[in-house]
Design a protein around this ligand. Structure first.
Ligand code: SF4
Length: 715
């Protein structure tokens, strides 16, 4: 057996610590890390099966170039990197920096994310770099910034142990964040109550003390009603509101206009009035309330308003920054949070600075000494692929993600790649629905081989460490990006020799942001994201770094909770209530498309199954794509459980096996996101999903697309 290596699970945003060992025959065994604060030794079924997913079958092991006839041939690294650099240089020279773009992933490590953003925003001079995290949590980011002045999750997992009431909104936590859910169940055993707000009766709902099966898209009405209820019943922290917040009166007026009558709220939300009031009373009675929310809130054309409607209730009651309470966004991917820290979204800069702010742009540019700073926010994911299709973006470098499967209106994404002059894909897997459109394929290191940091949903930085040999010619993502940057003439900014050097630069930028030399006016509102205590880590200290929650103080200690003192990141230090009005989802059902499509994960698979598909025990849980239907809808649609059916929307079609159950409401269907053309033909649910996005965050409306279901083949 090899020495035990402490690393972090590469799946969900819980960020569990994993201990990995390699046997002499190469078999990998894993167990939970008891010393890791995120999981205390627990792993879910996906994490426990990690050892079954690390073989080299299907791996991309060498750089490849596509020939005219569509076939790929092996190339040297030099040839492949030259092709990328020459292509990017030519297109920037001819069409300007915004004609090139990068589309990256929450699977990247923070160090990879950092250099990708540095290259695009500081050196190429374009902010056209967005991430697949746009698809899962950007509404939470936007809501945090509106309320707190910064993208900050105030609480920590320990709050679940101390809560009296846990409210889960739009989250099947039992399947999607299982280790966190185990913690909630234990809290229930110790007396906490659990309310689940979800249109579906999911595995999570089986443990709920109260389940509110709200109509899809009605969350803002529900929480506006709660805000009015709390205010009317005097459940308010007057001192906190007066001293630390702004905007209550306008927000109350908006909420009251919609929610003065609880019977109306119950009708709009499609729940029993008695259940609605039971939830409101539970929230009112318990001081220690944690409200967790996830994709069911974020993936909506009004996702940001939904987030703020939840946060408003915590600001009114002052239930934030103290043990056992607070609004809590749980992220889907292992490093969605780390990506945000280094400016991983097209509208952000590193260290939680903003692209639209010229002062922030100056700070970053002076820190980097960079030649071409992006002048304005870039294109968000859906708009970015639209720009590719329209020919405004002519070169696209995709890293560690499969947008032909995962984007809404995914066939449009495929057409965009077909139309693009230069498509570069860095990936671990050779054959994906996206990679077949690449002109250049670059092999990346996978989990178990790569080295760097990730940040979990509770702001906990944690190391991913290598314990497997480098396969073939694969390289770390950060190394590939630096190799291209150097060929573009940016040797000075990209001379990094290790992830440690990149991490130190990232940490120093967070400290520099709060104390930029020569700018006495800053910071009016210091960023909570501050890694001051990590700026001098030696290579050895980085290698042995224990998980720690930012902000990290000078003495290296972390911070479990934020805003305890009521000091927020807006310039005046006060949080903002945000007035939110309920809005129906963008596309309504009609006679042609009478059912609402909801999408999400299953328990044992991850994203497009490139890893979990390798494990027989994970694949055994759900072996094929399915559509969950209410029996009445199945009857009306002429389909039966166990048969194949076609699911159609205005944007595309897919084939799936009909199941009854899955807890769906009448009038709605549910299809999992994982399957793609690698596993079954016509199985990409992304092809059906409408491409409407939230106007603030740019996050797509994955939870509400009108569809119809028909027998397959048509009888
Ligand atoms: Fe991995 Fe998430 Fe499971 Fe933890 S809960 S083991 S991070 S998939």
């Amino acid at each position: 057996m090899s020495a035990t290596v402490a690393t972090t699970c590469p799946y969900c945003g819980v960020g569990c610590g994993v201990l990995a060992q390699v046997a002499v025959d190469g078999a990998v065994s894993v167990q939970g890390d008891v010393a890791h604060g995120s999981n205390h030794g627990r792993l879910c079924v996906k994490g426990a099966a990690l050892g079954e997913t690390v073989d080299l079958q299907g791996r991309l092991l060498h750089p490849k170039l596509r020939a005219e006839d569509g076939s790929f041939r092996r190339a040297s690294w030099d040839e492949a990197l030259d092709r990328v650099a020459d292509g990017f240089r030519r297109i920037v020279d001819q069409h300007g920096p915004d004609a090139v773009a990068l589309y990256v992933s929450g699977q990247l490590l923070t160090e990879d994310y950092y250099v990708a953003n540095k290259l695009a925003k500081g050196y190429l001079g374009t902010a056209n770099i967005d991430t697949n995290s746009r698809l899962c949590m950007s509404s939470a980011v936007a809501g945090h910034k509106r309320a707190f002045g910064e993208d900050v999750v105030p609480g920590c997992y320990e709050d679940l142990d101390q809560a009296e009431l846990i409210v889960l909104v739009g989250s099947n936590t039992a399947w999607c964040h299982p280790v966190l859910f185990q913690r909630m169940v234990r809290a229930q055993e110790n007396g906490a109550r659990l309310v689940v707000i979800d249109p579906r009766f999911t595995a999570t709902c089986e443990s709920a003390d109260l389940h509110l099966p709200v109509k899809p898209g009605t969350d803002v009405w529900l929480f506006n009603g709660l805000l009015s209820f709390l205010f009317q019943h005097g459940v308010m922290d007057v001192g906190f509101v007066d001293t630390h917040t702004d905007g209550l009166n306008a927000t109350l007026a908006t909420a009251a206009a919609e929610a003065g009558d609880y019977a109306t709220v119950a009708r709009i939300c499609g729940v029993q009035l008695s259940d609605l009031l039971a939830f409101y009373r539970l929230f009112a009675r318990h001081e220690r309330v944690v409200s967790l929310f996830s994709q069911g809130v974020n993936q909506s054309s009004s996702g940001t308003d939904k987030v703020n409607s939840i946060i408003n209730c915590h600001l009114l009651t002052g239930r934030i920054g103290r043990p056992g309470m607070g609004p809590f966004s749980i992220t889907g991917q292992p490093n969605a949070m780390g990506g945000r820290e280094v400016g991983g979204l097209a509208n952000m800069l590193a260290a939680h600075m903003e692209l639209h702010d010229p002062v922030h742009r100056d700070i970053v540019q002076s820190f980097w000494s960079s030649p071409h700073m992006a002048a304005q926010p870039g294109l968000k994911a859906v708009a970015l692929f639209d720009a590719v299709l329209e020919g405004r973006v002519k070169a696209l470098w995709i890293m560690g993600t499969n947008p032909v499967v995962s984007l809404p209106d995914a066939d449009r994404a495929r057409r965009a790649l077909n139309a693009c002059e230069l498509v570069v894909c860095t990936d671990v897997i050779e054959h994906t629905d996206t990679n077949r459109h690449a002109h250049v394929l670059l092999p990346a290191l996978a989990w178990g081989e790569k080295d760097g940091t990730v940040t979990s949903s509770e702001r906990r930085l944690s190391r991913q460490r290598p314990f497997l040999p480098v396969p073939g010619e694969a390289r770390a993502d950060w190394r590939i990006i630096c190799d291209v940057a150097q060929r573009l003439g940016f040797a000075e900014g990209f001379g990094f020799q290790s992830p440690h050097e990149i991490f130190i630069e990232h940490a120093r930028l967070t400290a520099f942001r709060n104390h930029p030399p020569g700018n006495g006016d800053l910071p009016a509102s210091p960023r909570q994201l501050n890694l001051s205590g990590l700026t001098s880590l030696t290579r050895q200290a980085y290698d042995s770094m224990r998980p720690v929650q930012w902000p990290v103080r000078e003495d290296g200690s972390g911070t479990a909770r934020l805003f305890a003192g009521g000091q927020f990141a807006h310039p005046d230090g006060r949080a903002r209530f945000v007035a939110t009005s309920g809005r129906a989802p963008a596309n309504a059902t009609d006679r042609e498309y009478p059912l609402v499509l909801n999408t999400g994960r299953v328990r044992d698979h991850w994203h497009t199954m490139t890893r979990t598909g390798k494990s027989p025990r994970l694949a055994g849980h759900t072996s094929e794509p399915y559509v969950d239907m209410h029996p009445h809808d199945a009857l009306r649609s002429g389909v039966r459980a166990g048969e194949l059916a076609s699911v159609h929307s205005r944007w595309g079609s897919m084939v799936a096996r009909v199941r009854h159950g899955g807890g769906v409401l009448a009038g709605t269907v549910f299809v999992p996101i994982h399957w793609n053309d690698q596993f079954a033909s016509d199985a990409r649910v992304g092809g059906l999903v409408n491409p409407v996005v939230d106007p603030v965050s740019g996050e797509p409306e994955f939870k509400h697309t009108p569809v119809r279901v028909e027998p397959f083949p048509v009888r």
